[in-house]
Design a protein around this ligand. Structure first.
Ligand SMILES: Cc1cc2nc3c(=O)[nH]c(=O)nc-3n(C[C@H](O)[C@H](O)[C@H](O)COP(=O)(O)OP(=O)(O)OC[C@H]3O[C@@H](n4cnc5c(N)ncnc54)[C@H](O)[C@@H]3O)c2cc1C
Length: 539
């Protein structure tokens, strides 16, 4: 059991005492943290700067799939699928406490569709080779209805079951940050890059601003990586004002509902929606996560808000397949994320733009990595660091992350989703992996920390204390959105828990009452975006 080495104060001291870094990574999502881990584990002096909290951007707003991408197979993008399947297998091994094997069922309404999907998924299994998650198979009508209890059975001919991975995205970013620290790297949240330093036209570091201490820094580095997701163009503008945009944003919305009557442990995969995509309904932390959409968007918001038409689309698609499907009144939380899709010329629909990544070296030596998927973050990081070594003239050291267990990784994989008497059952502390014992010890030492934050859900005060002491949570939002996923699971419950969470953080950090009031106020304001708008619940 390794202790968590995340400590913001110590990292700030290290930042002040280091005259030059081998590499500075801008952005603390999957891509940036993956790159910083690759660098630190190779032995380079590594600094990662995140302007808000780790995973504040897209990396906490995904569909939570660790997958090869059945849809990309249908688009003929075999290399992307192959890479992703390999990375899926590595993640199952290196983050065994967070990535679980998930059964998916495609309901079929005709013999032809059954055979078509089985053929495609057999190819998917074959491509996964030794990284297979389980063999796809045909299901009869009865078995399909058992696995998907509310499925419409009129004309149902059966289904196809296949296996992919499912995870908790924001929790994995915290484990990446912890692993970077264990490898000697430095990661700082709430420290925003505001400019690039240059010598002789070449990037030689960054200007950064610690938004907590209101302190500005000039930080030197041999190589600088721009891994800011949907915001990469803002950093490219710092480098070269007027540069052509690299990213074309596309929004994906999700809703979360109570759902064990829809999915009995297995996930539902709807293979052809009216907009030519797929829709998933996946068990997640004892709830059901349904999504997603693909809506071109012009703004780069840090808090994207699902559009009414996106929510209508998700619910109406579900209604076509499910009896007594959830309506707006049943939505516990809604959230959206922005895909940093690599822009291509012309008027391509966003659903057709490749999910592959783009790695660009600017004439100044700034390295920009964008696009890709959560699943492939490790491979993207390896490629980025290989480039950074040559750009920054670092002495070459080979990549070490293929078999590197991430902080919390357990010897045994986390259990498959199961349901008992129609209720999904998942151990709420399983996500902490090897840290679980220490979270329990907090309650052992102080029984009051075993108190639930809200009575109907299993999250305890001990997790808040843990998040502040060992996971660099700084605000109520950090705790309720990304350490504990309450905001994404049940926004009203999260709003109810906010004052208690503010009090616990204040007690740990010595903040006063006005800090608590301000925190609760801004969290409640943010959380409203995760609720269906007033007046729409009845629709
Ligand atoms: C709706 C949706 C569903 C998805 N589902 C899946 C899925 O199921 N499986 C999968 O594999 N992939 C999925 N993806 C893709 C995946 O989520 C993304 O590819 C991935 O999260 C991108 O991570 P990132 O680090 O590049 O970007 P981000 O997570 O957005 O990170 C960028 C970070 O940079 C920070 N930043 C910005 N500017 C600055 C600055 N100036 N200084 C410091 N920091 C800065 C931001 O605050 C942010 O935290 C999905 C994407 C979306 C949108």
């Amino acid at each position: 059991m390794k202790p968590s080495l995340l400590n913001r104060r110590q990292f700030i001291t290290r930042l002040q005492e280091t005259p030059e870094w081998d590499i500075i990574v801008i952005g603390g999502g999957a891509t940036g943290l993956g790159t910083a881990l690759d660098a630190a584990s190779r032995g380079y002096k590594t600094l990662l700067l995140e302007g808000a909290d780790f995973a504040k951007g897209t990396s906490s707003r995904s569909t939570k799939l660790v997958h090869g991408g059945v849809r990309y197979l249908a688009q003929g993008n075999i290399r992307l699928v192959l890479d992703a399947l390999r990375e899926r297998g590595r993640l199952l091994k290196n983050a065994a406490h967070l990535v679980r094997r998930q059964s998916f069922v495609i309901p079929c309404y005709g013999m032809f569709s059954k055979l078509k999907y089985l053929a495609g998924l057999t190819l998917y299994d074959w491509l996964s080779g030794r990284y297979s998650f389980g063999k796809s198979r045909l299901l009869g009508r009865k078995e399909t209805a058992e696995k998907l209890p509310s499925i419409r059975t009129q004309k149902l001919s059966g289904g196809v079951e296949y296996f992919d991975g499912q995870f908790d995205d924001a929790r994995l970013t915290i484990n990446l940050a912890q692993t970077i620290a264990e490898q000697g790297g430095t990661v700082i949240n709430y420290c925003r890059v505001t400019g690039l330093l240059k010598e002789g036209g070449k990037v030689s570091g960054v200007a950064a601003f610690d938004t907590e201490a209101k302190q500005a820094y000039q930080l030197r580095a041999k190589a600088v990586v721009n891994a800011t997701g949907i915001f990469v163009d803002d950093v490219l503008q710092m480098d070269s004002p007027g540069a052509r945009p690299l990213v074309r944003p596309s929004q994906g919305a999700h809703v979360v509902v109570h759902g064990s009557s829809i999915c009995n442990g297995s996930a539902l995969m709807i293979p052809e929606t009216s907009d030519g995509r797929v829709l998933f309904a996946i068990p997640w932390h004892n709830h059901l996560l349904v999504g997603t959409t693909d809506t071109p968007i012009d703004q780069h918001a840090q808090e994207p808000i699902p559009l009414k038409q996106e929510i209508d689309f998700i619910l109406s698609t579900l209604r076509q397949y499910i009896n007594d499907a959830p309506g707006k009144k049943d939505i516990l939380s809604q959230f959206a994320g922005l895909r940093p899709l690599a822009a291509s010329a012309g008027n391509q629909a966003t659903k057709e733009i490749s999910r592959d990544h783009k790695l660009v070296i600017s004439p100044s030596g700034l390295i920009t990595i964008t696009g890709g998927k959560w699943t492939t973050y490790r491979k993207m990081a390896e490629e980025t660091m290989d480039k950074a070594i040559s750009v920054g003239a670092l002495s070459p050291i080979p990549c070490k992350t293929k078999d590197l267990p991430l902080h919390g990784c357990t010897p045994e994989p986390v259990a498959d989703h199961t349901s008992v008497h129609g209720r999904l059952i998942e151990d709420p502390l399983a996500v902490y992996g090897t840290d679980q014992t220490q979270v329990r010890q907090l309650i052992g030492k102080d029984a009051s920390l075993g108190t639930r934050l809200v009575s109907a859900l299993p999250y305890t005060e001990a997790e808040v204390v843990w998040a502040v002491r060992h996971e660099m949570a700084r605000t109520v939002e950090d705790v309720l959105a990304r350490r504990i996923r309450l905001l994404f699971l049940d926004a009203r419950a999260a709003m109810q828990a906010a004052p208690r969470v503010a009090m616990l953080i204040a007690r740990e950090e010595g903040y006063d009452e006005s800090w608590q009031k301000e925190q609760v106020k801004s969290f409640l304001q943010l959380a409203r975006n995760y609720l269906i708008a007033d007046g729409e619940e009845k629709e």
